[in-house]
Design a binder for this molecule. Structure first.
Ligand SMILES: [Zn+2]
Length: 76
């Protein structure tokens, strides 16, 4: 398989995907096929469903989470 955008070479990697719900962010390690040239990600089957499910669980506070940082808004 080649990247549909740039025809670059694709390799399976473990990537950090960001799930956002309002101002809350959840980082999730998932497997994806990543273009080595442009960085486009192609997800293995089930990964997108998993991310959508996690977004819903994040909204309902159903997850056991470990806080690793904070999000700030710059006041001007
Ligand atoms: Zn590409």
């Amino acid at each position: 398989m080649r990247c549909v955008i740039c025809r670059g070479e694709i390799k399976e990697k473990e990537v950090l995907e960001e799930v956002r719900e309002n101002n809350n962010y959840l980082l999730v390690k998932v497997k994806a096929e990543v273009c080595l040239n442009c960085g486009e990600r192609y997800y293995a089957s089930g990964v997108v469903d998993k991310l959508i499910g996690l977004k819903e669980s994040l909204r309902k506070h159903r997850l056991r989470l470990h806080q690793i940082g904070k999000v700030y808004e710059l006041l001007t």
